[in-house]
Write a protein that binds this ligand. Structure first.
Ligand code: CA
Ligand code: CA
Length: 328
């Protein structure tokens, strides 16, 4: 077989493979050839080296429709958010930070999550995520590449978003209001909030807790894993009273914040922020801001369904769609 013919057949195979996992048809679009050729979809060297990938046959999948040539990423994301087919668990999920259940090998996996400020760029610290469910709970797994995860916050409902986290946003009825937000740090500290409306989250939002929440994290040489169980019964304030039925669709955000540099850099940033407070010397303020921007330049804000950078992660119109599917 000629090299060109082999390449063509290989590309067709990739498209067929992508078509089986991205559920593109649920958006009314079959998987298209360009979906198979994007750098963040192809198997990359770092993907092959992660221990959890060697052990699990999870499939990389990215259901988001990227921008076509000449079309801005923003337009693309406004018109199309990714759809994830959440298959029910096939065995009991033990929330222990190990993704060794048969379920995690069986369900689709999305990722790498994309950078909200530059969706076309491959993240330095890739993240993959998966979702499953049973009669009692929604389960979410994150696999995070990061040789040096860090955290200082140690109490429930601390401001974890200032450090490194994975995040799950749940808006069951899709109205962009009264949605649940959960963040888990690499040391398994949790903040959970009920967000009445984007950018309206006062301190009271953090008083809300996910009753019966289970989270666990584990570390390995290349990063960390978070495994999460959110009981359906805990989501009454978000409008849910029971397990979803097959076919139900929720708006869901899956996110991660990575801040390379660890505690040492975070301490420098804190010192600069403290210096800046109360300053009136505009030149000195500009100087500190420039230093802060430089220190924060390699922070990564990653999303399954890319949000508008100016809205941050609180952009419910851009949350992805999780469709609960039944057993086959
Ligand atoms: Ca487990
Ligand atoms: Ca809380």
């Amino acid at each position: 077989m000629s090299g060109a013919r082999r390449a063509v057949l290989g590309a067709i195979g990739l498209v067929l493979f992508a078509g089986t996992v991205v559920e593109g048809g649920r958006l009314g679009e079959p998987a298209l050839p360009w979906q198979a050729t994007l750098p963040w979809q192809a198997a990359l060297p770092w993907q092959a080296t992660l221990p959890w990938q060697a052990a699990l046959p999870w499939q990389a999948a990215q259901a988001g429709r990227p921008a076509l040539p000449g079309e801005s990423a923003r337009r693309s994301q406004a018109d199309h958010v990714p759809v994830y087919a959440a298959r029910p668990a096939v065995d009991p999920i033990r929330v222990d930070g190990r993704l060794d259940e048969a379920t995690w090998a069986f369900v689709p996996r999305v990722g790498p999550l994309r950078l909200i400020h530059d969706p076309a760029r491959e993240p330095v610290y890739p993240t993959e995520a998966a979702v499953t469910w049973d009669d009692s709970a929604l389960y979410v797994a994150f696999a995070c590449t990061d040789p040096e995860p860090w955290a200082r916050h140690s109490q429930r409902d601390d401001r974890l978003w200032e450090e490194e986290v994975v995040e799950v946003f749940l808006d069951p009825d899709g109205d962009g209001r009264n949605y649940a937000e959960l963040e888990v740090s690499p040391t398994n500290v949790v903040v959970d909030l009920l967000i009445a409306a984007p950018r309206a989250a006062g301190p009271n939002a953090r008083q809300w807790d996910i009753a019966g929440l289970q989270t666990a994290v584990s570390r390995h040489g290349a990063g960390w894993i978070a495994e999460i169980a959110i009981p359906w019964a805990s989501l009454k304030e978000a409008g849910v009273s029971a397990a979803p039925r097959p076919g139900d669709r929720w708006r869901v955000g899956l996110y991660r914040i990575t801040r390379p540099g660890g505690v040492a850099k975070a301490t420098r940033i804190d010192a600069l922020v403290a210096q800046r407070r109360g300053l009136e010397d505009q030149a000195r303020i500009a100087e500190i801001d420039a230093q802060l921007a430089k220190l924060r330049a390699d922070d990564e804000y990653a999303a399954w369904s890319v949000t508008r950078p100016e809205a941050g992660f609180h952009d419910p119109e851009r949350f992805g769609i999780v469709e609960f599917v039944g057993r086959r």
